[in-house]
Design a protein around this ligand. Structure first.
Ligand SMILES: Cc1ncc(COP(=O)(O)O)c(C=O)c1O
Length: 406
């Protein structure tokens, strides 16, 4: 019998430089062919990283297959212990995404209908959406234009009797200024929940992100500094009550099998992801230092090109999940870099309050000038631990020439 003809793959991996690119940092992974160029620089290169740890990853996957513990299980429990130690927290609760982490942290804090949570519009939209999942209202405040993170000076004016929590986002891998945020929260009896989806290993005044606030939420989406091979997330906390509530909520609110003491969710981490994350966690510090080295090389090579480079505050350890600079003509810069074989990204072209899906939050254009200006200017350069000096120099050289020709 004749087989139906299968159309050829449009992106033959054998001869095209391919990279796994998260479209709008999220929705899907797609093959992204680079135009002809002597050195091709993808935005990130997950294949290079996998190759560097293949035997360890393959052994970890085999362990899960042998044990048949596909959901939670020993590998996930092991990861929880190791990640809690890494973040300096008493507990880590492993989940199926960073969004689930935000949702459950908010519920554990008692956030619900009638409450307000203060956060920022300039973030990946999950920070805002999770507040809505909990049934509460996101109250947005503007960012500090230097760090792209919450401006602590704007918090006080946003507090009302309904405010229950403050949710700063450590955007791009740079921590928010946590001392003034914590101070205002303590004064008003508010819970602080960090969105550290992009900030594994970041530090604030020497303390690891993950043990500063009441709860910290991480994403292990594949493109993150610590990325699973699928979806993943976690909450770290040193508050046993929060930990207990989140453990119960992630597994249908059960206190024992088929006995549901609260209305929970199926937010459990898979065994494969736990095993993979344990392997990758062992490499995270080395990878973070490699990212920081790439960033410092960019900083040195681009120092005089007239573009606004990312800031690392003296109190911060930036982990460069994203290396974002600013340029008023960033769209034409991005197009020109693309033709030279350099792939870049834009995080984020539209702040949450201007997204059509969140128009009913009631904020109009002009409400958050720093967020809106950033959205028009930001351009993220390739940054990943495996980048070669040739690639870094190619990006820097191309940007310098383009900036000089403006
Ligand atoms: C700042 C921020 N918050 C939350 C999330 C949501 O994480 P996840 O995609 O794992 O649900 C992300 C992921 O992109 C993020 O960047």
């Amino acid at each position: 019998m004749n087989q139906p003809e299968i159309p050829p793959c449009p992106f033959p991996a054998a001869n095209a430089a391919v990279s796994l690119l998260a479209v709008h940092d999220r929705l899907t992974l797609e093959y992204f062919p680079m135009p002809n160029s002597p050195i091709r620089v993808p935005y990130l290169d997950l294949q290079a990283q996998y190759k560097s740890i293949k035997p360890e990853i393959d052994a970890a996957i085999a362990r899960v297959l042998d044990s048949c513990q596909f959901v939670l299980g020993a590998e996930v429990a092991g990861f929880e212990q190791e990640f809690a130690a890494y973040a300096g927290a008493a507990e880590c609760i492993a989940l199926n995404s960073g969004t689930s982490a935000l949702h459950l942290a908010l519920l554990a804090a008692g956030v619900g209908p009638g409450h307000e949570v203060i956060t920022v519009p300039y973030t990946f939209v999950a920070s805002v959406a999770a507040v809505l999942y909990a049934g509460a209202r996101p109250v947005l405040i503007d960012i500090d234009p230097c760090t792209f993170t919450m401006n602590p000076a704007a918090i006080e004016a946003a507090i009302t009797p309904r405010t229950k929590a403050i949710l700063p986002v450590h955007l791009y891998g740079h921590p928010a200024d946590m001392d003034p945020i914590t101070e205002v929260a303590r004064r008003h009896g508010l819970v602080v929940i960090e969105d550290a989806a992009q900030a594994h290993g970041a530090k604030y005044k020497g303390r690891s992100v993950g043990n500063i606030a009441d709860m910290t939420c991480f994403s292990f989406y594949p493109t993150k500094n610590l990325g699973a091979y699928g979806e993943g997330g976690a909450v770290t906390t040193s508050n046993p009550e929060y930990a207990k509530t989140i453990r119960s909520l992630r597994d249908w609110g059960q206190d024992r099998k088929y006995h549901h003491v609260q209305r929970g969710y199926n937010y459990r981490m898979e065994g494969f992801q736990g095993a993979i994350l344990r392997v990758k966690l062992r490499h995270l510090e080395k990878w973070t230092e490699a990212r920081r080295t790439v960033a410092s090389k960019y900083n040195r090579l681009l120092a005089d090109c007239g573009l606004e480079l990312p800031t690392e505050m003296p109190w911060a350890r930036h982990v460069y999940q994203v290396y974002t600079l600013r340029a008023e003509d960033r769209d034409s810069l991005q197009a020109a870099l693309q033709t030279e074989g350099i792939q870049t990204a834009i995080h984020y072209a539209l702040p949450a309050h201007l997204q059509p899906a969140y128009a009913d939050l009631g904020y109009s254009r002009g409400a958050f000038p720093h967020s809106e200006k950033a959205a028009k200017e930001v351009l993220s350069l390739p940054v990943y631990p495996e980048m070669t000096d040739n690639q870094i120099q190619k990006v820097a050289h191309a940007l310098t020439s383009l900036a000089a020709a403006r």
